[in-house]
Design a protein around this ligand. Structure first.
Ligand SMILES: [Zn+2]
Length: 292
């Protein structure tokens, strides 16, 4: 368990290269997705909304290059930054906040509190809760608490265009990492997917990878994927696997070594969900199935 936590901590504190983590490489492109709204494809995408009062930025994380966000914003718009909003406290989302705060001391920094994580990125954080309305010029973004990938995870909903700034809730072409040892919770994630589906978004702007124009397909695909994975975990338990490691070997064939800890966390996320539902149990870390 120690190595999972260690690797996960490194991943989300920035000591591991994002190239080891994200299958989708940043392109450096920017796309004007609406009038005055620019979506930057980068080490963690971010969005800039141009308003009369300055820029509103959504996620400005920059891994090792914390000044990079500022340079990119200045290249496009030299305006001042009014507000920076964050979907969650992982390094690739929130680590750019201190550099931004130093450059724009009047800017506001908003996210849902996750105190142990937020203290790594010092800024004058203001806390968001579910349902907070945030002004972005003439537009309003409403927070939607979507835990699962991280406990503080928020999406930002723009009702008028039915656009959801979805952070790490969804990434086109791959699944989302749910690390129980780092606050991940599969039960919560599945509920978050259902909640977002019920909003009937027309478009998702994720923090990694391209714009998602078919949200329902992607979100339903995720739910189906987790149902299938759960069946595989139940099958492994029935066959006598007692540890997450054994299940990883059975379920993920020919997995690269570097991905094993991530797969182990995913299996553990399923086991904890099954345990909560009374369908699996453990004695001294040896898992077993509980048949109805
Ligand atoms: Zn994340």
């Amino acid at each position: 368990m120690g190595t999972i936590r260690e690797r996960g901590e490194k991943l989300f504190s920035g000591e591991l290269s994002p190239r080891e983590h994200h299958p989708l490489q940043p392109t450096g492109e920017s796309e004007e997705v609406a009038d005055g709204v620019v979506f930057f494809r980068w080490l963690g995408n971010f969005t800039a909304v141009k308003t009369a009062d300055g820029l509103v930025l959504i996620d400005t994380g920059a891994y090792f290059n914390q000044r990079g966000t500022i340079e990119m914003v200045r290249r496009h718009w030299p305006d001042r930054v009014n507000t920076a909003i964050y979907t969650h406290g992982h390094v690739d989302h929130a680590s750019g906040a201190p550099a931004l705060a130093a450059r724009f001391p009047d800017a506001r920094f908003l996210k849902m509190p996750w105190p142990e994580r937020d203290s790594r990125w010092p800024a004058a954080w203001e806390g968001l809760v579910d349902g907070t309305a945030i002004a972005a010029g003439d537009d309003t973004l409403v927070t939607v608490h979507t835990p699962g990938h991280a406990p503080d995870h928020l999406c930002f909903w723009h009702e008028a265009s039915r656009t959801l700034f979805c952070g790490d809730l969804a990434v086109k072409g791959t699944t989302v990492y749910i690390p129980p040892n780092l606050g991940g919770d599969l039960t919560a994630y599945l509920a978050s997917l259902e909640r977002v589906l019920a909003l009937r978004p027309a478009r998702l702007l994720p923090a990694h990878g391209p714009v998602i124009d078919d949200p329902e397909t992607v979100l339903r695909g995720y739910l189906e994927h987790r149902r299938e994975r759960e069946e595989q975990v139940l099958d492994a338990l029935r066959r006598g696997d007692r540890s997450a490691d054994a299940m990883v070997t059975r379920i993920y064939r020919s997995l690269e070594d570097t991905l094993v800890p991530i797969a182990r966390e995913s299996v553990l996320a399923h086991l904890l969900k099954l345990e909560r539902e009374g369908r699996a149990g453990r004695r001294e870390e040896a898992w077993h199935i509980i048949d109805p």
